[in-house]
Design a protein around this ligand. Structure first.
Ligand code: KMH
Ligand code: ZN
Length: 310
């Protein structure tokens, strides 16, 4: 089991906006369809944010999640992971509201306060589809993505202990591994757990291959190599090459339009499933086995799909 690679797929996130790609899903029917297609293509986990169906603006409204979650659940066996990152301007209460209501098997968990700047992306666009997009993207030069230890303890208590949800611990920097090790030392996080390491966000560590080696070595030392599942997320054009390198090093992979809009050089991905199919082909060529959703449930000790509230 430990040798199987988990493919996570993050559908829409809160980085990209509708102007940046016509394929970025934000309507509930597109969220459902792209999630189902990604699962059928080989994703064992879908990482989900929600958007206002009219204009694509990030929202954590549980009612919007409810417009697509039951469809995904009915059509697939995929593990559903709901964001608690939301978007970087939301309060912590807003960010955890959807997961607290819907009690998913998994939720994201951000491991430190940081800059999270996407404003350079905005320079490519002059005409924006919706009014909210340009100030949203350009204003990221003056926003702090807040994740204090008090915030983290609140998520563990209310969502982890309260709802039986397990976490995708998102680490954007070396220090975030040490923050997670602190929570482990305090007895608040227990193995086995999933460590999603993120490269290429402006404000976090860069997408340099050397960082993978250092992060892997440090995580093994801090957590013990059998106590956690390492996953790799490369933002933007670094996505496929970094996750491939990570998989060769024994890691799991995350793809999806949340973190990269492209399939190859200059070619927009027409769906998340396109990216899942591509990494699945690469992994298969490398003789690596792909984990099923039930493999993930066994690996991470998830509570099971019968125990979610949607
Ligand atoms: N898009 C990732 C780099 C979350 O949802 O909690 C950040 C993310 C945060 O996935
Ligand atoms: Zn996310």
């Amino acid at each position: 089991m430990a040798n199987k690679v988990i493919i996570s797929c993050a559908l829409t996130g809160a980085i990209h906006t509708p102007t940046m790609s016509p394929y970025l899903p934000y309507k509930p029917e597109d969220m459902a369809r792209q999630s189902i297609d990604a699962a059928n293509a080989g994703a064992a986990i879908v990482h989900l944010h929600a958007r206002n169906p009219e204009n694509g603006k990030p929202t954590q409204d549980p009612e919007i999640f409810m417009q697509f979650l039951p469809h995904i659940k009915a059509a697939t066996n995929v593990v559903i992971n709901i964001t608690t990152g939301g978007s970087i301007r939301m309060t912590i209460d807003e960010r955890i509201s959807a997961a607290l209501r819907l009690k998913p098997e998994m939720a994201s968990f951000n491991m430190g306060s940081m800059n999270f700047a996407t404003y350079p992306l905005g320079r490519k666009f002059k005409d924006w589809k919706f009014d909210w997009e340009q100030p949203y993207v350009e204003g990221t030069d003056d926003v702090i993505f807040r994740n204090t230890f008090r915030d983290m303890r609140k998520i563990i208590k209310e969502l982890g202990e309260g709802c039986g949800t397990k976490f995708e611990f998102e680490c954007y920097d070396l220090g975030h591994l040490y923050n997670l090790a602190h929570l482990v030392d305090e007895g608040l996080v227990k193995p086995p757990f999933m460590v999603q390491t993120i490269y290429g966000i402006l404000g976090g560590m860069g997408a340099d291959p050397e960082n993978l080696v250092h992060i892997r070595t440090t995580a093994n030392r801090l957590f013990g190599k059998d106590n956690y599942y390492w996953s790799i997320l490369g933002a933007g054009r670094h996505q496929m090459n970094l996750v491939t390198m990570g998989a060769i090093m024994g890691g799991n992979v995350r793809v999806g339009l949340e973190d990269n809009l492209y399939l190859g050089k200059g070619e927009l991905a027409k769906s998340c499933a396109d990216q899942v199919s591509k990494i699945r082909r690469i992994l298969t060529e490398l003789s690596l086995d792909i984990a099923s959703p039930d493999d993930v449930r066994a690996m991470l000790g998830l509570k099971g799909v019968a125990n979610v509230a949607f």
